[in-house]
Unconditional design. Structure first.
Length: 160
């Protein structure tokens, strides 16, 4: 009888850690995390730029250098994103730079003003998130960090 309980326990553990079960759990856990990050971002940029504008600065900072690439990440049409980028260019947050190899290609870069605002806002968001994470003990934080590293390897970001 003892072996049966042991076998059932192993089966349950393997089921609980199956890729499908973990995928379901990710889809439950990630949306509230994203909502918390968005909420903190809104507070960090309030009165300076909008949240979508902050996300554009973030995309450029992370290496997405074209209007088309950013539009794809945001799930909007390129002309829509182009208008949003125009607003940030007019405010001095973004610069348009012709590609060295293909003059028809225009890349985006953060201006000093845009980079400074992005960096300050990001620090504020990180500080608020770190307060929530401080509720975890060191072992839990180490485990979370390792898991995030593993996820970043198997779920790579698209660059454009």
């Amino acid at each position: 009888m003892h072996w049966l309980i042991y076998s059932i326990a192993i089966y349950i553990k393997s089921y609980m850690n199956s890729p499908l079960t973990i995928a379901k759990r990710l889809l439950e856990v990630i949306p509230p995390i994203v909502q918390k990050i968005r909420s903190e971002a809104r507070l960090a940029v309030k009165g300076k730029i909008t949240l979508p504008q902050f996300r554009i600065l973030s995309n450029i900072s992370q290496g997405i250098k074209t209007v088309g690439g950013i539009a794809e990440v945001h799930g909007v049409a390129q002309p829509t994103m182009s208008k949003m980028v125009d607003g940030l260019v007019k405010r001095g947050m973004i610069k348009r730079i012709a590609d060295k190899d293909d003059r028809r290609q225009i890349n985006l870069a953060l201006s000093k003003k845009g980079a400074d605002l992005y960096r300050q806002s990001l620090k504020s968001i990180q500080l608020q998130l770190s307060k929530a994470l401080s509720e975890l003990n060191l072992t839990e934080r180490n485990s979370l960090a390792k898991t995030l590293d593993q996820l970043s390897l198997i779920l790579p970001r698209k660059r454009g």
